[in-house]
Design a protein around this ligand. Structure first.
Ligand code: ATP
Ligand code: MG
Length: 234
């Protein structure tokens, strides 16, 4: 392992319980996990086990019931809402199971938006967004709105959007689940290249064996906890 790999994210004894119809539903039950810079982590687990919940809490989009989430040693839930929103926009990228693109905006505008929110200069934001859309094969779709794009194209716009702020860690929930094999392979190559070039870390929920086998760490979620596996199985 490289000596310069530092912990980016540390999750300590994380619990998440939803309260539903008068009952507690305990989903995360003491998750401990560390992600170092440049790590490629795959997460698998049965439907409903809590994978998306974990990504939301680890990604600071939802609060834990107890436990801590540290980024470079800093407890993010101790920040104010405003600080946390700006931290999230600048440092973290997300690719969701459902892409959450803004319907009124074009592909280009959707990708530029996090950069504009992060007060990046307009022309630089545009340059970065165009180059990312080109990388995900959407050069000819810059002015299309989400409703004018196919499902896979929308997913690729979401991937480009997650990268525009040049974050250090990306959380992805089945990012290539809707794509054909060839397009998925192209997106995977892009992710691996960014990983090598920028030490960008990925935490990816995926049932794609092709993707998982190229990741460096494999985790399975079971009974509200995470367990490391030495290998992925088909
Ligand atoms: N807001 C909520 N209130 C109550 N229960 C919830 C809420 N959100 C999620 N859950 C429950 O938490 C459990 C875990 O959900 P989660 O979406 O994390 O699963 P998952 O592992 O991502 O599943 P999948 O593979 O199907 O995407 C589910 O059983 C779900 O019903
Ligand atoms: Mg899920």
């Amino acid at each position: 392992m490289n000596d310069d790999r530092k912990p980016v994210l540390e999750i300590q004894d994380l619990h998440k319980t939803y309260y539903h119809m008068g009952k507690d539903v305990s989903i995360l039950r003491g998750v401990n996990f560390t992600v170092n810079s440049g790590d490629l982590v795959s997460i698998v687990g049965k439907s409903g086990v809590g994978k998306s919940t974990l990504l939301h809490v680890a990604g600071t989009l939802d609060k834990p019931t107890s436990g801590r989430v540290l980024y470079e040693g800093q407890d993010v839930f101790a920040m104010s809402e405003k600080e946390l929103a700006s931290f999230r926009n600048a440092q973290l990228g997300f690719v969701f199971q459902f892409h959450h693109l803004l319907p009124e905006f074009t592909a280009l505008e959707n990708v530029m938006l996090p950069a504009l929110i992060g007060r990046i200069d307009f022309s630089l934001a545009r340059e970065r967004a165009e180059s990312l859309l080109l990388e995900v094969g959407l050069k000819e779709r810059l002015t299309h709105r989400p409703g004018e794009l196919s499902g896979g194209e929308q997913q690729r716009v979401a991937i480009a959007r997650s990268l525009v702020m040049e974050p250090r860690l990306i959380f992805a929930d089945e990012p290539t689940g809707n794509l054909d094999e060839r397009t998925s392979d192209g997106v995977h190559e892009l992710l691996f290249r960014l990983n090598t070039e920028r030490q960008l870390a990925f935490v990816i929920v995926t049932h794609s064996f092709a993707l998982a086998k190229r990741m460096t760490r494999h985790v399975v979620m079971r009974d509200g906890q995470m367990f490391t596996q030495s290998e992925v199985s088909d």
